[in-house]
Design a protein around this ligand. Structure first.
Ligand code: GLC
Ligand code: CA
Length: 550
């Protein structure tokens, strides 16, 4: 059970770092992060110890959705640089043993992609069937499918008098995956990138490509897995690349379909069950409720145990679509560093491949806006317009945006105390969080007790101890509600991870022998675990000796 079913893969043993290029490092003063900026910061990432970078889209794009609307998959966005810069980035990263994972956005393109320009030009254009076109029904849209960014998913196009499908913005028309030519064009493009020496793909909303819009089926359509098996065979199969699918609706059963090694689809998926725990059931991400820690325990335990060796987990708190974890489920005030360390230890001791989102390793926080004019993100802006029309108050809407808006994660990386946090010498495209004077990478690097070094240590531990990679997971029951504790077992060895997920002291007691402390966010003595008081957000990992009494 504990042994890998097949040979170990590099992507099971590494930690991935997500770079959102627009906000990472500007090298030419135009206020927009770029590829040369990333190259400048590779040594920082090497110091952290990560083995791969997931690069959010850098392809040519009119930026309706910050690069997730692509108008040319084989060209680099002018603001980010050139293909020569991209090749240099791949090469410079490789020198530091870091692989580049490209974002693969193929559920849709931009409406400015040449395929779509052709497609919309006439009903008998050879590219017409590259997209999903439908005639109107009684003078109206074909059905009431909704876009993720609100409003109808169907857009009427005057020129040919038909509707096209867009599950995201109307500048993101959906590709028609039922068309074999579309699939082949995607595979050719993937091979173009594989031949450049990249380490894999993160697949944007990949669970939507099997959609049957006439039946109003979007996620997990009947042909989804056939397409992925075909993609695997025609592109990365046999090359040991890291492939991770973004799959919002995945359950463990569904995740196994993607990541069972015997099915030849993907390495792993991002599942989002934990991410939805602070939403009101059945409502949207904007409808908030407090996180219940016991629910988080249940969800993580389920994913840790149910995939078994028929699948592989990805582990994350943050990405470019989610608010900052310290502000969300930690404490971004007096316990910022302490809660950040607890969250890091809790996640990185689980089984799976961890992902760090830029700035997480220095404890960056949400940036609060006071007015909608400070918001850039299309999703938040659409929600604002929608809810204003529905009669919500402006104050209510801003509470949701400040809690969940995607700009929270997208403010520029905070490097140092110089102007604009060292991100740009110009005017940043999105305002820097004012707390950069205190929270920045230079401070973190200069302080050996900083969150940065906890992340560095966690990454190093993963390289040293196979238990972290292969050990089985067991939840420790009977703790207080906000103490999240679990065991990892591997080849007769047991580690215990204990995390106080709250800003209150908690009690904890376990009769056991501690052999050694692996990592902790306090200097306390852990030689006995009987009748302990845990400080707010205290977290520790110990190797147990002798018999374990659960
Ligand atoms: C994914 C991306 C998100 C984007 C959407 C449409 O969810 O992570 O940023 O807006 O897909 O491409
Ligand atoms: Ca720039």
């Amino acid at each position: 059970m504990n042994q890998p079913k097949t040979a170990a893969h590099w992507w099971q043993e590494t930690v991935v770092y997500q770079v959102y290029p627009r906000s990472f490092q500007d090298s030419n003063g135009d206020g927009i992060g770029d590829l040369q900026g990333i190259i400048q910061r590779l040594d920082y990432l090497k110091t952290l110890g990560i083995g791969a970078i997931w690069l959010s889209p850098v392809y040519r794009s009119p930026n309706d959705d910050n690069g997730y609307d692509i108008s040319d998959y084989e060209q680099i966005m002018a603001e980010f640089g050139t293909m020569a810069d991209m090749e240099q980035l791949i090469h410079e990263a490789e020198k530091r043993d870091i692989k580049l994972i490209m974002d693969l956005v193929v559920n849709h393109t931009s409406d400015e992609h040449p395929w779509f320009i052709e497609s919309r030009s006439s009903k008998n254009n050879p590219y017409r069937d590259f997209y999903v076109w439908r005639a109107s029904v009684n003078g109206d849209a074909p059905n009431d499918l909704e876009s993720t960014f609100l409003g109808s998913a169907w857009q009427f196009d005057d020129h040919t008098g038909e509707y096209y499908l867009h599950l995201f913005s109307k500048k993101q028309p959906d590709l028609n995956w039922e068309n074999a030519k579309v699939r082949q064009a995607v595979y050719d493009m993937m091979n173009f990138w594989i031949n450049k020496g990249i380490g894999g793909f993160r697949m944007d909303v990949i669970d939507l490509v099997g959609k049957l819009p006439d039946k109003k089926i979007t996620g997990n359509g009947p042909k989804l897995h056939d397409y992925l098996q075909e993609m695997n065979a025609k592109t990365f199969g046999g090359k040991d690349l890291l492939t991770v699918g973004e799959t919002w609706g995945a359950t463990p059963e569904i995740a196994k379909l993607y990541s069972d090694p015997e099915r030849n689809e993907l390495s792993m998926v991002f599942q989002f069950e934990h991410v939805g725990l602070d939403e009101q059931p059945g409502k949207s991400k904007w409808d908030l409720r407090p996180l219940v820690i016991s629910e988080l325990k249940t969800v993580f335990s389920k994913w840790q145990t149910e995939l078994g060796d028929q699948g592989w987990n990805s582990l994350f708190w943050n990405n470019h679509d989610l608010p900052r974890i310290i502000s969300r489920w930690g404490n971004d005030r007096e316990y910022r560093v302490q809660s950040g360390k607890m969250l890091a230890i809790l996640l990185h001791m689980l089984k799976g491949t961890p992902y760090i989102y830029q700035g997480e390793e220095i404890g960056m926080t949400n940036r609060i806006v006071a007015d909608i004019s400070e918001v850039e993100d299309i999703e938040s802006k659409n929600m604002y317009a929608d809810r204003m029309a529905k009669g919500y108050t402006e104050a209510e809407i801003l509470i949701s945006i400040n809690a969940k808006g995607r700009d929270n994660a997208r403010t520029p990386m905070q490097w140092d105390t110089s102007k604009n946090a060292g991100f740009t010498t110009g005017t940043p495209w999105l305002a820097v969080n004012e707390n950069y004077h205190e929270i920045n990478a230079a401070h973190a690097l200069a302080d050996h007790t900083s969150l940065f070094y906890t992340y560095q240590q966690l990454i190093a531990l993963r390289k040293k101890y196979p238990l972290i990679i292969w050990g089985s997971f067991e939840l420790l029951e009977n703790t207080t509600e906000t103490v999240f504790a679990y065991y990892r077992h591997y080849e007769g060895e047991t580690w215990l991870i204990v995390c106080n997920f709250s800003d209150q002291k908690q009690t904890f007691s376990l009769e056991t022998t501690v052999e050694k402390v692996i990592i902790a966010n306090s200097e306390k003595d852990y030689s006995t675990l009987l009748n302990r008081t845990l400080e707010p957000y205290e977290a520790f990992v110990v190797k147990l000796g002798g018999n374990v009494h659960a």
